[in-house]
Design a protein around this ligand. Sequence first.
Ligand SMILES: Nc1nc2c(ncn2[C@@H]2O[C@H](COP(=O)(O)OP(=O)(O)OP(=O)(O)O)[C@@H](O)[C@H]2O)c(=O)[nH]1
Ligand SMILES: [Mg+2]
Length: 278
Amino acid sequence: MFYSGYVALVGKPNAGKSSLVNALVGEKVAIISRKPQTTRDNILGIYNREDCQIVFVDTPGVHHSKNSLDKSMMKNVRSAIAGVDLVLYLIDGTTMPDEEEVDYIQHLSCEKMIVRTKIDLKGQKPFESDLEVSSKTGENLDLIIDKIKGYLSEHEKPFYIYPPDYYTDKSVKFIIAEEIRENALNNLEREIPHGVAVEIIRFDEREDIVYIDADIVCEQESHKGIIIGKGGSLLKKIGMNVRGFAENLLDKKVMLKLFVKVEKDWRNKPQKIKNLGY
Ligand SMILES: Nc1nc2c(ncn2[C@@H]2O[C@H](COP(=O)(O)OP(=O)(O)OP(=O)(O)O)[C@@H](O)[C@H]2O)c(=O)[nH]1
Ligand SMILES: [Mg+2]
């Protein structure tokens, strides 16, 4: 028997959704950071095996909407939930779900499982779950796949939704833009990370080299200097990390140029940013 279908990962910011998708798929499809609200788009991570294809939908963390970017993120979550066979609702095992969250889960009118995440960490809190996992140690990842299969459609013959060599729906350009954003997030503090977006302004793939130019967009002139760093140090660091990542991904030499651009209040006009997946 062959099993296939869609499974959305939903939960508060920082619950560990993107980490779990990457761990299950075995590839880095989504960026991860300690800061809440890292993921902004629905990103597919496709798990392929001889007997199943599971399309995981990573979603932005559920939180209160303030600006247009937040609202479009929450729309992404709703649309993800609407079209799937199962929702995995993730809760960080070291936190307790609050009333609002319990209410949200109860009102999800779809097949769902509550997943306790980060079980490798000390200080686990006493709430009930259907499954417990650690993306860090890989504990129970096989068990999750087995449990999920019970919710998918069964086919006599292999039935692939995506070609079996695909592991995401996102383009290389998107993945590299996100990698730049992840490196920026992990090196910035306070409000700045939430106001960062990345635009790829040139992606020129030649036979043995790829030229990539990208803008790191921020909201204020004062943030620009911080992102560039003393003598360009932070921009250089981000550039080096991302170049290594991109060369690995593309299996070619990469020439990467990064610029920093100010776009005031872009979170209220996200359509101003190129290449964002919404
Ligand atoms: N120790 C440990 N840390 C984890 C685990 N899973 C995730 N983390 C950490 O938790 C933080 C948040 O992880 P993400 O995967 O980005 O969380 P998310 O739910 O996708 O967050 P948003 O995209 O902001 O909604 C990161 O610092 C991860 O390294 C785990 O199994 N064990
Ligand atoms: Mg995420």
